[in-house]
Design a protein around this ligand. Structure first.
Ligand SMILES: Nc1ncnc2c1ncn2[C@@H]1O[C@H](COP(=O)(O)OP(=O)(O)O)[C@@H](O)[C@H]1O
Ligand SMILES: [Mg+2]
Length: 265
C-alpha cells in the first residue's frame, strides 16, 4: 500500500482584502516530516498564507487539506486541536503572565475534554493526565533553555527570549505541523544560532513538519530542505535551497528591496 507522505495540500487558494489580492490561486504540497521555508519580499503574502492555514483568515477560494481533511475556513481552535501550532510575527503572549503560565496555555489545546469533566473521572486518571502534562511543559521549558526565567513575567523579558517563549508555547501543543512566522526577526546572532539549533532538534525525529517563514535568507538556505518563494501572492519558484538561490525569478523579486545587498549571505 502506498504511504501518503503529504501532510498539507493547498489548491487554488485566493485571499483578497478589498482591492488587494494577498494570495492568488496558490497551490502547494508539504511533505510529512519536512522542513520547508516560505520566502518572499514584504507583502508577498507569507503571513496571510499562515493565517489561512491556521484559520485566522477565511480564504475567498481554494482548499486546504490537512492529512486528508479539508480545514479551510474552520475556526482556529479546531485547527489547533488537529495538531497545527504557530508562532507569530508580532508576538501574541500574555505579557503579564509568567513564562510557565504562557506555556501551560499552549498545552490547554490538547485537553480534549472540558475542565469540569474531571469530576466525572477517576482521580487516578486525572492525576496521571496532570503529571503527563507537567512533564511535557517541563521538557519544553528545559529544551528551550527557559528554566531560569520560568517564573518571570513575560513583559520583563528581552525580545529574543519572548520569541523563545512563543516557540515553547507552540511546541507544548505537541504539534504535527508547526508554523513559524519570522521567529528570528529582531534577534542577535547568538539568539539566531540558538533558535536554529532548537529547530534542528525539533525536526530531528521527523515527527514535526515545519513551515518556516523567515526574512534571514542565509539562515533559510542553511536550514531548510525545501523552499517556496512567493511574490504578490503567487508562487514564483519552489525547490531545494541551491535551486532557489540561483532562480532568476527569485533574485528579480528581491531586486530593489532593502535586503538585496545581503541576499543569501
Ligand atoms: N488584515 C489585513 N487587512 C488588509 N490587508 C492585509 C491584511 N493582511 C495582509 N494584508 C495585505 O496583504 C498583502 C500580503 O500581506 P502579508 O501576508 O502580511 O505579507 P508578508 O507576510 O509576505 O509580508 C499585503 O498587501 C498586505 O498589505
Ligand atoms: Mg509577514
Amino acid at each position: 500500500m502506498a504511504v501518503n507522505r503529504t501532510i498539507l495540500e493547498i489548491s487554488g487558494l485566493s485571499l483578497r482584502f478589498g482591492g488587494v489580492a494577498a494570495l492568488r490561486d496558490l497551490s502547494l504540497k508539504i511533505e510529512k516530516g519536512s522542513f520547508c521555508s516560505i520566502i518572499g519580499p514584504n507583502g508577498a503574502g507569507k503571513t496571510s498564507l499562515l493565517n489561512c492555514i491556521n484559520g485566522h483568515y477565511r480564504p475567498n477560494a481554494g482548499r486546504i487539506v490537512l492529512e486528508g481533511q479539508p480545514i479551510e475556513g474552520r475556526r482556529p481552535h479546531l485547527i489547533a486541536s488537529l495538531g497545527v501550532a504557530r508562532t507569530f510575527q508580532r508576538i501574541e503572549l500574555f505579557s503579564q503572565m509568567t513564562v510557565l503560565e504562557n506555556v501551560k496555555l499552549g498545552r490547554h489545546f490538547l485537553m480534549k475534554a472540558p475542565a469540569w469533566s474531571c469530576f466525572l473521572r477517576l482521580p487516578a486518571m486525572v492525576r496521571e493526565e496532570f503529571e503527563h502534562r507537567r512533564e511535557l511543559e517541563e521538557e519544553v521549558i528545559d529544551f528551550l533553555g527557559l528554566s531560569g526565567v520560568r517564573n518571570q513575567i513575560v513583559a520583563s523579558l528581552p525580545h529574543g527570549v519572548r520569541k523563545r517563549v512563543d516557540l515553547a508555547r507552540a511546541l507544548a501543543m505537541r504539534p504535527k505541523l508547526l508554523l513559524l512566522d519570522e521567529i528570528m526577526a529582531g534577534m542577535s546572532i547568538e539568539e539566531k544560532e540558538d533558535v536554529a539549533s532548537y529547530l534542528m532538534d525539533v525536526h530531528r525525529d521527523r515527527e514535526v513538519t515545519i513551515i518556516w517563514i523567515e526574512h534571514d535568507l542565509a539562515a533559510v538556505m542553511e536550514l531548510s530542505e525545501h523552499v517556496i518563494a512567493l511574490n504578490f501572492g503567487v508562487k514564483i519558484a519552489e525547490g531545494a535551497p541551491e535551486e532557489i538561490q540561483a532562480n532568476p525569478a527569485v533574485i528579480e523579486a528581491y531586486l530593489g528591496s532593502p535586503e538585496e545587498e545581503q541576499l543569501f549571505s
